[in-house]
Structures are given as structure tokens and as C-alpha cells.
Design a protein around this ligand. Sequence first.
Ligand code: ATP
Ligand code: MG
Length: 343
Amino acid sequence: MKRKVLVIEGDGIGKEVIPEAVKLLTLLGDFEILKGDAGLECYRRCKEFLPRETLEKAEESDIILFGAVTSPKGVKDYKSPILTLRKTFNLYANVRPINNFGLLRLEGYLGKNKFLDVKNVDLVIIRENTEDLYVGFERELYDIAIADRVVSKKASERIVRFAFEYAKENKRKRVSCIHKANVLKVTDGLFLKTFYEVAKNYKIEADDYLVDSASYLLIKEPERFDVIVTTNMFGDILSDEASLLLGSLGLAPSANIGERKALFEPVHGSAPDIAGKGIANPMAAILCVAMIFDYIGEKEKGNLIREAIKHCIEEGKVTKDLGGSLKTHEVAEEIIKYVTNYE
Ligand code: ATP
Ligand code: MG
């Protein structure tokens, strides 16, 4: 039976980059594609950010490809569709590859003629997605505000094992645990201890860093890192930091993986500032498709897509964010041209 993929374009540039990504998905794979509505425009039409119908389609799908949604201003009790999907399907592992495809100097966030002189960056951040300070146990006691941090043995083991399995499958050399166990002795103490227990079962290098030092080294010496595994909040912060190494958010894909379902989304948001102009970089969305092929065990297709992207970057066939002048659909066409010639 064909695998079902639910495609949710969402708002803004989600509507521009996801259709390009779907072209690669259907060109290289054999899927049943469903379409789902979500986000701010959807809310304006039907008063729901994530309609029940979309959730039902997600339930019957194996894979979700999600664009981006614009968060509303001033809507009380707003719950982001992506958080709901992560929770509903217990997508416990967040995976963010940070790969600059060998580009040594990228003009990106830093503005014209300001280059981030980074080396060949190719690392992956794996973040626990269900626990930590994000469990939502917050309260006020008079004038003291308290948040509980939850780290369980079970979830720690699950995410660490996921990271080592990922390293093994992708022929990565090292897994680094990032934590603050010198201060958070109980919670991160448990996470770190579990890390080394699980590491014993693998023939892969294992080391660990304090989060403060790691956040410095991530920019200074990114080549030090291969696979990173960490708790929810540190992962949240470090993965945004690491995307700076790419020069553009338009190069950052991500996956949220659970026991029986996975959701893939570009890291960027709906980017209202460039939406509707046809200049959004579709590479992050297309890299999500590469991750989908990895996920279903068709790694050679994933690699082919990544090769095509590297080729386009080297040839300067890129959108404005990477210093080029191609439109969204033109970049996708170049990628399609490359993969069809090499098939
Ligand atoms: P949202 O509220 O939906 O998260 P945002 O305003 O935070 O939107 P992001 O999508 O997070 O915007 O993007 C931050 C910046 O990076 C914006 O200036 C945006 O134009 C740029 N950007 C993001 N994605 C891309 C892309 N795919 N191609 C080019 N530029 C991008
Ligand atoms: Mg944003």
C-alpha cells in the first residue's frame, strides 16, 4: 500500500515553498497525497487554526509535510497547530540538520558584504520534544513564579537511543550530549547518566558539553560537532543559534519523529515580509523531502536531493537570501533538472 502524506501548506511562504517540495516528493516517490488546511487564513475562513478534518487526515497519514503558519495577534488561548500535532501524535524527537553544503562564506542575516566565515558545517541537533520546562507546570506562589522541569529516565533513554541510532544509520562519528548537569544536578544529572549508559551499546564516540560552553563553540568551532543530543529547552535555543551558521533560514529543514508518524517542516516561519513575491528559498522545504526519503529508508533519494542542492548552491542558482536572483520556482526547476538527469 502507498504511504499517505498529508500536505499542509499553511500561510505566507508556506504556500510558495511547499508546492515546490511536493513536486520532488511525487517525482521521486510513490505516495498518496492528502491536503489539509491550517493556520491564520484557515482561521479567517472557518474559525479554527487546526480544523478537526485536518487532524483526522493527519491521523490516517504516515507522514505530514507542514509549511508554516502565521501566529495571530491578540487571540486568547491560541494553540499553535504544530504544537497540537506534536502532542497528539507524540512526536518525541526533533531533528535539525545544519548543513551549509560546503559554502565557506555566506552572505546571509549579516547583511551585504558581511560574511560569516564558517567552515564546512554539517551537524545534526536532536532535541527531546516532550519534557523539560515545556511540560507547562507553572504557578505563582504570592510573588514567586515557579516552573517545574521534568526529565524522565524513559524519555531520556528514548531520545538518546534515537540519537545513536541516527548516528549509526547516517555513518556519523560522534554523539555529544549537551546539558547543565553541574547546576541542574538532578534533572540533567539523570539525562547525562542515561546518555553514557546508552552510549555503551554503540561503537560511536560519545562526549558531553555544558550548554554555555557548547553555545560558544557552536559558532566558533562548529566542525567540533557531529550529532548533538539535548533536552527540550537547550535544543530549542541551540538549534536556532545553529541556523545562523547557514546564512539563511531558507536552508534549514526539520523533522519531528514519533513511534508511528513523522512530521517534516522547514525551520522558517511564514515570512510575511517576503510572502507573495515568489522569492522565498524553497530549499528548506525541499530538504524536508530529502528527510522524508531518509525516514522511509530510501536514503539514496535523499542524498540525490541534497546533491542537487549542493550543485545549485555551487553554481549560484539560488534565491536572493543566498545572494542569487532566481525565483522560488526556478530554484525548484534547477533541482528537478539535476535529479532527473541523474536518475
Ligand atoms: P513567523 O511569524 O511566521 O515565524 P517571521 O516574521 O518570524 O514569521 P520567519 O519566517 O521566521 O519570519 O523568517 C525570519 C526572516 O528570515 C525573515 O526576514 C524572512 O524573510 C527570512 N526568511 C525566512 N525563510 C526564508 C526563506 N525560505 N527564503 C528567504 N528568506 C527567508
Ligand atoms: Mg519566526
